[in-house]
Design a protein around this ligand. Sequence first.
Ligand SMILES: Cc1cc2nc3c(=O)[nH]c(=O)nc-3n(C[C@H](O)[C@H](O)[C@H](O)COP(=O)(O)O)c2cc1C
Length: 378
Amino acid sequence: MKYNLRMPAVADMERHAKKRIPRFAWEYLSSGISAELGLQRNRTHLEDVQLWPRYLTDVGTIDTSCDLFGHKYDLGLGISPVGLSNMMWPTAERELAKAAQAANIPYTLSTMGTTRLEEIAKLAPDVAWYQLYVPRDREVMKDIINRVKQAKYKALVITVDIPVGAKRDKELKNGLILPFKYTPRIVGQTLRCPTWLMKTLSQGIPRFINLEPYGDLKNIKHLSEFLTQFFMSGVTLERIKEIRALWDGPLLVKGLMCQKDIQQCHEIGIDGVVVSNHGGRQLDGAPSSVQSMQQLDDKLKSDLTIIMDSGVRTGLDIVRCKALGAKAAFSGRSFLFAMAAAGDDGGRQVIEIFRDEMTRTMQQIGCTQFDALNDSWL
Ligand SMILES: Cc1cc2nc3c(=O)[nH]c(=O)nc-3n(C[C@H](O)[C@H](O)[C@H](O)COP(=O)(O)O)c2cc1C
């Protein structure tokens, strides 16, 4: 086994992570929104997807590779963008980018990342994707896209499912206010996590370094107000068309769930869609990604590259997503649970867990090629 046998599953890493990082960071990562029904639904609906095993096949050799936009990745798995990843583990963005490059799977850096985007592209030259929250100001937007282009990112992902900032009650109660305020509560929480604290002190407090050229972020009083003014409240189809004209590489829209929205993006030349409910963090009454996939036309699923996230925690889940019509499955929290639980080696370990579980699932259902997996197994 190429992973820690004390944590052989993402669920084990999740339990460990909770003990190793301060409560404000844990609740930022793990919570959903409101009553967290969407968060639970993401899991239960995935767990309800059953696969018919087919025996009578030689499954000695399994091909887990997955073709996305002309690049052959080693697994049908990718890393979703997670803002402030370095708050959960101070070198998370760098280490995940390196682990993704070594494993040949996509790593998506968030607009709200805290590592220079140029540095991440150098660490993951073949697999780095960039996620864009769309700035209102067109000149700022163009400048960011230009930097992403110059850094040679392989794909651009426009996130559209945050028309308004979320009201997350746990974050409010925990006093997670940005920029960080050293309230007694926050200090108390960090002192209980010495490994995290030492590493954070060595790396410095995370800053939205990629946005600093566009505003005086060091001196702002309320980050959430700054962000509301900075980003579009509702990304329009017209703006997506403008981005299409600026970016000639693979372009994806993330956070779509409805057939009509996806169809419209397809019609304006978008290459792919990430079907996602933002991991249950935005609208508690949103359907799960499983429900969204189930209502999409088969034609749309075959015409467009559809990636699915929200709730993926096992290799079995990746296989389920593929059988539902996605080309690949991504996860956000799984990778950050791993970093928080295992430190710098977490990314590598969790990829090996996914690889092992996915391979065994394919052997168990008698499917030797990931790209050939389809709804006939459902
Ligand atoms: C703490 C946290 C921060 C996130 N930040 C972003 C972000 O900056 N940009 C984005 O497009 N999605 C963001 N997401 C959503 C993820 O990209 C992804 O859709 C979600 O985590 C998938 O669900 P999972 O965590 O259950 O795998 C975030 C999710 C979490 C949990």
